[in-house]
Design a protein around this ligand. Sequence first.
Ligand SMILES: CC(C)(COP(=O)(O)OP(=O)(O)OC[C@H]1O[C@@H](n2cnc3c(N)ncnc32)[C@H](O)[C@@H]1OP(=O)(O)O)[C@@H](O)C(=O)NCCC(=O)NCCS
Length: 244
Amino acid sequence: MSQLEPCQILDWDTRFWGFRIARVNGSTLSAETQGRVREWCRAYQVRCLYFLASPSDPETTRVAEANGYRLVDVRVGLSWSMANGRSISMDTPGVTVRPALPADREALVAIAGENYRDTRFAIDAGFAPERCRSFYETWILVSLDGYAQNVLVADLKGEPQGYVTCHLDSPGTGRIGLLGVNGSAQHHGIGRALVHSALAWFTATGASQVAVATQGRNVAAQRLYQRCGFFTESLGLWYHKWFE
Ligand SMILES: CC(C)(COP(=O)(O)OP(=O)(O)OC[C@H]1O[C@@H](n2cnc3c(N)ncnc32)[C@H](O)[C@@H]1OP(=O)(O)O)[C@@H](O)C(=O)NCCC(=O)NCCS
């Protein structure tokens, strides 16, 4: 696809949600580019358009809001760097963090399906709630099947209580994909144990930087990452535009 196209079709999202989904290329919009985006979406019969907007360009938010784009999330990008020297080692009593096993699948799917009620899909009524649940169940399954380079599981008394998925996108740089702790086991240091173990695994593979993204409304996740030495690196405004 040409770089000059204003949008791109998202094949995986389109297959998963069952209607055509595209994303705006770039993070700014003017009246002129929004006109091109609209025509492109009509031509490709797009039903839902994602747009990750720069928060620093007033024209972009003005144009988006004047044209029916709905703000659904604030994306918070955080990063951890070995150079900042804030890797805190810790143990959470009774919790073992280990690589995922085939026998964990059912328990991890159950946690994933419960855990993501404040994402941009869950709060946008255009996405059916049962499909939102399935979205995260699918995500942990494909991660276990090789989409992630490693999935670590927190085990408490022989029962999986949480997971973190680890990706190596480029040499020296890691990324946390999904992190979740069973609702009944939260606030006991399991999330922290998972993030510390992920950082230990990343550094053992030679990564010196680790990135993660979470939602602006997810204060729990932001505080957890900050406790583990991550710093905020970027903000983006997630908009969805529906074409009926
Ligand atoms: C975010 C999440 C993983 C935290 O797991 P957890 O096991 O409860 O976290 P911990 O007990 O290890 O707490 C670690 C730190 O996180 C922060 N934290 C955890 N829960 C919090 C909450 N409800 N409100 C504010 N801060 C919270 C705190 O800073 C805490 O450290 P502190 O108590 O010393 O201040 C968990 O709430 C969860 O699974 N949420 C749903 C899924 C999700 O949001 N995943 C992250 C997506 S990127």
